[in-house]
Design a protein around this ligand. Structure first.
Ligand code: CO
Length: 209
């Protein structure tokens, strides 16, 4: 892959703005006025995971939080602030937790292969792997093992969402957004909806009770 220079990035920005203004002269005035995105996307930091491109959405439609291996961490003040703001102020209607096959963070959790802080960050996923070891180790290829753990991780992170005080408050008040678990296949560009039965998880006993 040939990477653009910094100058080319800025030039691309100018030509993109010019194109937008040709078709919609008021585009940026409207964009600057407010944001009312219906979606919160919790995704992996991986450079191949800009959900807007895969879903043909525009600026203003998806509020975003990304970290390595798309984790919902109950101690991450960054994530919790995003979640609180998305729910309390933006009133998003949907939360999408989207992982991906071939995820380096998942691989690190499965194989303990990195050298550095990532190992600490993905440790909860390593714990998940140890819980599901029989199922994952029974798969015949490394790729299948990494991809299955990516799916199980999405399920675990959606369950974690139901452990947040922020979401539990909206569930009690009857105005919670719908939660979706997706996995994107980088080899096809297609998104798999995990069809999670989230309504069954709404009353999961919080870990702190
Ligand atoms: Co990833």
């Amino acid at each position: 892959m040939i990477h653009l220079t910094i100058e080319e990035l800025l030039e691309n920005n100018r030509s993109w703005v010019a194109e937008k203004l040709t078709s919609e002269p008021d585009y940026f005035n409207q964009l600057a006025a407010e944001q009312k995105p219906p979606y919160l996307y919790v995704g992996c930091s991986d450079s191949r995971m800009p959900l807007t491109l895969y879903t043909k959405t525009e600026p203003g439609e998806i509020f975003v939080h990304r970290n390595i291996a798309n984790q919902v961490s109950l101690t991450d003040i960054n994530f919790l602030s995003v979640l609180d703001y998305a729910i309390s102020h933006l009133r998003v209607q949907h939360i999408i937790v989207c992982g991906h096959y071939g995820c380096g963070g998942i691989q690190a959790a499965l194989e303990g292969s990195t050298t550095g802080l990532v190992d600490n960050w993905v440790n909860p996923i390593r714990e998940l792997y140890l819980q599901k070891k029989l199922e994952i180790d029974s798969l015949s290829t490394r790729e299948e093992r990494i991809n299955r753990l990516a799916e199980l991780n999405v399920i675990a992170q959606v369950k974690n969402l139901y452990q947040t005080s922020i979401l539990r408050k909206c569930l009690r008040e009857g105005n919670a957004p719908q939660i979706h678990g997706w996995v994107l296949n980088l080899k096809t560009g297609l998104i798999k909806d995990m069809q999670l039965k989230t309504s069954e998880w709404e009353w999961l006993k919080p870990k702190f009770q």
